[in-house]
Structures are given as C-alpha cells and as structure tokens.
Ligand binder design. Structure first.
Ligand SMILES: C[S@@+](CC[C@H](N)C(=O)[O-])C[C@H]1O[C@@H](n2cnc3c(N)ncnc32)[C@H](O)[C@@H]1O
Length: 226
C-alpha cells in the first residue's frame, strides 16, 4: 500500500496546499493550530512526521512551540512542493519512512503527525517508532480524521467526503482518485476508541483528546510515562 500512497501524494503535491485550503474552507489551518495549543511545556526539538509541505512544522514554530522542527516524509515531491516555505524557517528535513526513522533513540521532545497516521501500513509499529525517537517524558501529538461513529461526522464523511471532495479535489489537482482515497482511508481507519487503545498499547499515557468541528477531525496528545 505504501508505494501506492507515495505515488498518489506525488501526483497531487503541487496543488496539495491549495486543495486543502479550498476543501476545508481554511479550517485545516485552524485545526492544526488548535492541536498545537494542546502541547504542554516548552519543547525544544519537534519531529513533524509525514510533514508534507511543512504547514504543521511552520505553525509549531509560529506558535512558539519549538526552537527547531525536523520534518520527515517519504514522498519527495511533497517536500519539494513545500521547499520554498521550509527555506524561510528553522526547519530541516529528511526524505524517510515512518516505520524506519533515521534518528537515534531519544532525539526529540515532541513527535507530531497531522493527517499522516491513517496512511501508515502498520499503525502500532509507527507509534512504537515515534516512542523510540522521543526523550523520556516526551509527547506525541496526532491530528487525524478517524472513522466516524456518531451521526454528524458519519453524515459529513458519507456525503461531502464521499462525493463532494473527489469532485472538487479532482478539479483542483487533476487527480480524482487521490481524493476518493481520502474517503476510503477514513472509512477503513481506526475509530477514536480504537486509536485510544492502540496509543495505550504503544506505551503512551495521559491521553488528552480534542474534537474539531463536531468530530470531523480529532487531535490527541499523549506522553511517555517519566
Ligand atoms: C495528508 S498529507 C499530510 C501532510 C501534512 N502533515 C499536513 O498536515 O498537511 C499525508 C502525508 O503523509 C506522508 N506519508 C504517508 N505515509 C508515509 C510514511 N509511511 N512515511 C512517511 N510519510 C508518509 C505522505 O507522503 C503525505 O505527505
């Protein structure tokens, strides 16, 4: 699956930011920023996994949440599409895979993932890899579209997500299939309660959840126990 995901993001990379802003009416920006406010303390080094075109990394710096952010993504065209933005900030980057991060144990204070976890082949292994590269007491921050269980998000994803997004996303990016994948990947993903259990199984504690737009998107912060 990961090769297909890589090819898909490569095909939409140049129009990715524009499609995000239009499809979410700019809400994606607000959701990233609200999730960053959930982080505790003054982290210094942040890993932004599945960083794409660096929006989350830039917001983390803008919010004063880090001195330095390191982005990682396995799709080089996504990193290239964001390169002009990256170069204006204290952000370094690696073209690498979530399941084999090229960093020593205990390298970061925070590891965050916005709309990337859904795409990883092995969800639990990815959490364990994030835990490995965090310092003791480090935090994960995950922002995602989880499989909807209550009425409003099910309605939203089942109508706009299923029919509207592929049409609009297809017109903007020229790749309707990529935006159909958004719907199918959410439908096949974990629910919030399943994600809660997996995060605990990976060894994180003190989970705090935030729901955005009535449960369309969720953010969770959790810690490695000291
Ligand atoms: C929906 S985009 C999110 C980008 C960015 N975080 C944001 O908020 O806009 C998902 C990103 O995850 C990356 N990705 C998916 N699977 C990955 C993996 N196994 N390792 C690294 N990056 C991955 C894709 O290349 C893509 O850039």
């Amino acid at each position: 699956m990961s090769e297909a995901v890589q090819t898909m993001f490569a095909a939409i990379a140049k129009r990715y930011d524009l499609a995000n802003r239009l499809l979410s009416c700019g809400r994606d920006v607000a959701w990233r920023r609200a999730s960053l406010r959930m982080l505790e303390g003054q982290p210094r080094r942040i890993l932004d996994l599945a960083c794409g075109t660096y929006d989350f990394a830039i917001d983390a710096l803008g919010a004063g949440k880090a001195v330095q952010v390191h982005g990682a993504d396995f799709c080089l065209p996504m990193l290239q599409a964001g390169e002009a933005k990256r170069a204006r900030h204290a952000i370094t980057a690696t073209n690498g895979d979530a399941l084999h991060l090229p960093y020593a144990d205990g390298s970061f204070d925070v590891a965050m993932v916005a709309y990337g976890w859904r795409n990883f082949d092995d969800k639990l292994a990815a959490l364990r890899e994030l835990k490995r590269v965090l310092k003791p007491g480090g935090q994960i921050l995950i922002l995602e579209f989880f499989r909807a269980e209550s009425l409003w998000p099910r309605l939203f994803h089942g109508t706009f997500g299923r029919f509207g997004i592929p049409v609009i996303g297809g017109l903007i990016s020229g790749d309707r299939a990529a935006y159909r994948y958004l719907y199918t990947s959410i439908k096949g993903f974990l629910s919030v309660s399943e994600a809660t259990a997996l995060i605990t199984e990976a060894g994180f504690a003190k989970q705090r959840w935030r729901s955005c737009f009535g449960g369309i998107s969720h953010a969770v912060v959790a810690r490695i126990p000291d």
